[in-house]
Design a protein around this ligand. Structure first.
Ligand code: ADE
Length: 247
């Protein structure tokens, strides 16, 4: 997959994209990442990318002309027009379903806003406007890195054997089960017996029930869409009944 970002702070990406799984994805040739400096498409001495809002008001607005010039040039070099994503608190809420949808694309192009926002006309370039949550960040770069990280770890071959996405939260619509590593007893806190048993089927079953229980307790909203078996539903019903009894 090719991923590009257009930003006034392209170096923001250096640390995240050069460590751990993001670095490995590039080293394996699965990810081709490049951050472009929006200021390269300005024409004044100060390389201005923002200006006062028409109609007055606080703060500065990102100009649309450097964004159009940058995308005109960069898209002309691409084999196919990339899928263009703007990051904004006004966008569609990012979640696992969107992660999977974006992981299917060949080429993502992120446009990152700053300050009070971006000139509305720039959004005509957008295939999707994405928000990572109901709060305001200073930079779209941070939000784009969240999206990039979540998408790239879903690409085939990125996680390898030691960290499959299959076991993670949301993969099957549920939260992940609890994990433990050595020591088996730490300050009196014991690792659940079943995990030391070596009995794989029992461990699998215990983990699945833990996932269900955790999701029921912490994120019951997820159970509405999670693919639950008859046994899963019966287990959830038993949790509900026990909770009712405690009231
Ligand atoms: N830019 C600023 N805040 C944001 C958010 N919550 N999501 C995406 N982009 C943003």
């Amino acid at each position: 997959m090719k991923i590009e970002a257009l930003s006034v702070f392209p170096h923001c990406y250096d640390s995240i994209m050069n460590e751990s799984i993001m670095r490995r994805a590039q080293d394996k040739g699965i990810l081709d990442f490049k951050a472009h400096d929006l200021r390269d498409w300005t024409h004044d001495k100060h390389r201005t990318t923002d200006d006062e809002p028409y109609g007055g008001g606080q703060g500065l607005v990102m100009k649309c002309d450097p964004i159009f010039e940058a995308t005109d040039e960069l898209f002309a070099q691409a084999e196919q027009k990339p899928y263009v994503i703007f990051l904004s608190p006004t966008g569609q809420r990012f979640d696992e379903a969107m992660t999977l949808e974006l992981a299917e694309k060949d080429h993502l192009f992120f446009i990152c806003g700053h300050y009070e926002g971006i000139d509305e006309r720039a959004y005509t370039l957008a295939d999707k406007v994405v928000s990572i949550g109901d709060y305001v960040l200073t930079s779209g770069e941070l939000a784009s890195m969240v999206v990039i990280d979540a998408v790239v770890r879903r690409l085939d071959g990125v996680l390898g054997d030691e960290g499959s996405a299959v076991d993670e939260s949301f993969y099957d619509g549920l939260l992940e089960y609890p994990q433990y590593t050595r020591p088996a007893n730490f300050r009196g806190m014991e690792v659940p017996e079943v995990l030391l048993s070596g009995h794989h089927a029992k461990i699998e079953q215990w983990r699945h029930l833990q996932s269900l229980e955790r999701t029921y307790r912490l994120r019951p909203d997820l159970l509405v869409d999670a693919p639950l078996s008859k046994d899963d539903k019966a287990f959830i019903d038993s949790l509900r009944a026990a909770a009712e009894e405690q009231r």
